[in-house]
Design a binder for this molecule. Structure first.
Ligand code: ADP
Ligand code: MG
Length: 304
């Protein structure tokens, strides 16, 4: 049987746009020590726009956008959408691409006109062991300081048999701006008032993560985390004796949602995120995380 307090909690929650899949989670929410938020699409709108471009000498901006848009043709990632939109806005012709490959948490790769081109962030450059030339590096540093996400266009070599050559060469960088959601400011403040620590977990670069965290007053930042390592960060907090909730929207967040004591999928969450969560916040409003904790605390007090 379901204890009465939990049943009341659950129906109250439902009326507030919170779907509770694990009723015990609702009861435990009152004891949370730390809440970990995914960044992109959770604390931020997740709708990037390309705001600045840098290229190496023999590549012009439209050329870089055209190749990148070709590679991103089959990606659902928000970054991909922004790059395709930049191609539309600039009216550049996007060449065909083949052999599309998604590299989770790193970027994408495809064949474009006899070249293997990849597009992705710092994690991609690390994987390819490719250093950015100093002009692109300066551009990336500056964008990072402004809290902008940087993605690189990398030429992996001109092989005829489709294998990747040794020399991966970044040929352009795009600065992408995302917007912090209004509710994110309030959720951090309100959780602090409840004496709950707030952490952020992201695959994005340390620069961008720090800029967003500083702006919001977030206590702990985990940046440049690969999708397969996200649940480890949650576990590390649990090892410190903390009761941890994770809030996320994406496929990448699923293992961390499962690992957390309470997994919270938010709004437009993917099916995978929703299936991994204990609570689903239907209204896509981060402030509902605070409401969830308050509801749990209030209901519990009432029954004592
Ligand atoms: P987050 O954890 O912030 O939701 P992801 O794990 O989806 O981010 O991606 C992490 C990083 O991998 C991105 O910031 C970006 O640098 C790179 N990346 C992932 N997918 C793509 C893509 N389709 N195009 C370009 N870069 C990508
Ligand atoms: Mg996300």
């Amino acid at each position: 049987a379901i204890p009465l307090v939990v049943a009341i909690n659950t129906s109250l929650a439902a009326r507030n746009g919170m779907l509770v899949r694990d009723r015990i989670a609702m009861e435990e929410a009152r004891n949370l020590d730390t809440i970990v938020f995914d960044k992109t699409g959770t604390l931020t709108e997740g709708e990037h726009g390309v705001v600045d471009i840098a290229t190496v000498d023999d590549i012009d901006e439209d050329d870089a956008i055209a190749r990148a848009a070709a590679v991103e043709g089959d990606s659902e990632h928000m970054i991909a959408r922004a790059i395709r939109q930049a191609a539309v806005d600039r009216r550049v012709r996007v060449p065909d691409s083949t052999d599309f490959e998604a590299m989770k948490g790193r970027g994408v790769r495809a064949r474009v006109a006899d070249e293997t081109i990849s597009v992705g962030g710092p994690n991609l450059l690390r994987q390819l062991d490719a250093g950015a030339p100093s002009s692109l590096q300066r551009f990336a540093d500056e964008a990072g300081e402004n809290g902008q996400t940087v993605v690189y266009v990398v030429r992996e070599g001109e092989t005829s048999d489709g294998t990747v050559s040794q020399h991966a060469e970044p040929i352009a960088a795009f600065a992408m701006a995302d917007v912090i959601r209004d509710e994110s400011y309030r959720v951090v403040d309100s959780l602090h008032e409840l004496e709950i620590e707030v952490a952020m977990l992201t695959g994005d670069s340390r620069d961008v993560a720090t800029a967003v965290a500083d702006e919001l007053g977030i206590d702990t930042v985990f940046a440049e985390v690969l999708p397969e390592d996200k649940d480890e960060k949650v576990r590390a907090l649990q090892k410190q004796g903390k009761l941890v909730a994770m809030v996320g929207d994406g496929v990448n967040d699923a293992p961390a949602l499962t690992r957390a004591d309470i997994g919270i999928a938010i709004g437009s969450g993917t099916d995978v995120a929703v299936q991994s969560a204990d609570v689903i916040l239907v209204q896509n409003n981060p402030m509902d995380v605070t409401r969830l904790v308050k509801l749990s605390r209030a209901s519990y007090r009432k029954m004592q």
